[in-house]
Design a protein around this ligand. Sequence first.
Ligand code: ATP
Ligand code: MG
Length: 429
Amino acid sequence: MKPSATDRRLASPRPGVRVDIDVAHINRDALRVITGLHRAGFQAYLVGGGVRDLLLGLSPKDFDIATDAHPEDVRRQFDNSRVIGRRFRIVHVYFSQGYVEVATFRAAGRAHVNKQGRILADNTYGTIEEDAFRRDFTINALYYDPEAGQVLDLVSGQQDLDAKLLRVIGDPELRFREDPVRMLRAVRLATKLGFRIEDQAQATICRLGYLLGEVPPARLFDEMLKLFHGGHAVQTFQALRNYGLFEHLFPLTEQALGDASQETFSALVHGALENTDERIRAGKPVIASFLYAVFLWGPMRALTRQLELDGLSSKVAQDAAMKDTILSQLRFTAIPKRLGFQIRNVWELQNRFYRKRGKQAYRLYQHPRFRAAYDFLCLRAGAGDPVDKLCEWWTEFQDVDEATQKKMARSSRTRAGKTPHRPSRKTYH
Ligand code: ATP
Ligand code: MG
């Protein structure tokens, strides 16, 4: 029989281990929610990445709360809250600074796995023990009670934190089959934290990468953003390739990277990843379409070349290649429509940079994607594409006053250097 709310409220608090966490580093709203739930007689803990990061002395991105209170109980405690989610309901408690996410302890719905062992539904409430065991890694299953200043560790997570070890809870093969995205999470977290993935999990990832092919592309799109916009894109990219996971996210890119005739592509990818990390470190914004434009540039150029050899004109070939490349990638990671347009814009503007005479230069300068396309152009120059003069010209154009800009545009030839559609052999041909 299910315990009633009163039974759950009477459940005795479990003993934890005192830890040294400065409460000042914890989001005030999250603390308010925990205190409120405690007052109402429920268990409530901070859990997940927030606790992990606090214990490592990092500043957490988000604070998740786990409780034995059911969503309706939580909803009743806080006026400013809303139950969301259909399959698994959680509560968002709103504050002026945003919202805090509160989830009821739940058990992994073992009854609902598919032939490959993937979880299709997990919507059963459970005990705190079950809640801990359904989580992915031991270091992500620590429960912190800020009022008691204690951590409840049911999976020896603290020990792994100390040893800088990323350990899967339970059997890695089983857990990666349940949810293949955990393999990406393992690589992302190990890279971010500088942890080692335990040996058995490493070997399993190398074997099971292909299971990513079954994950809905929309979910892989979300993961791709976390992988490459977390400030460690260069290392994450290398680790993903070492584990053979990248080829299941971006198979066209992987193929182009191995193509000897595309010698500058690999340098372009590395340059763009470095640039992304630098921007994030400097607190500058990054757009998702930029890395897509980079990753798919090699494949798009190769296909353009092939279509040209088949007899299509340069313009028609590139148009077809752009469309086809984006469509092919959609089968692996989703690309929201808006992003698809941005990617195409960045690519198209690469040709327009050559047309800088008179008004054309201004029109291009006003284009909403000018900045991204210009960054892309200069990364290409840095990677060895023969567009360095063009990059210099546009850099200067942005630096000088309007009168000088006019002079530059007047004296400019229609096209600087090589024609855009037939670059030298040094590029992607
Ligand atoms: P980040 O620092 O990127 O936020 P995180 O570990 O907090 O890392 P979240 O996606 O915020 O990642 O997830 C919060 C918690 O939910 C995790 O710490 C983990 O306990 C659990 N979790 C998330 N994704 C999974 C998954 N695929 N399988 C099992 N547990 C998961
Ligand atoms: Mg998190």
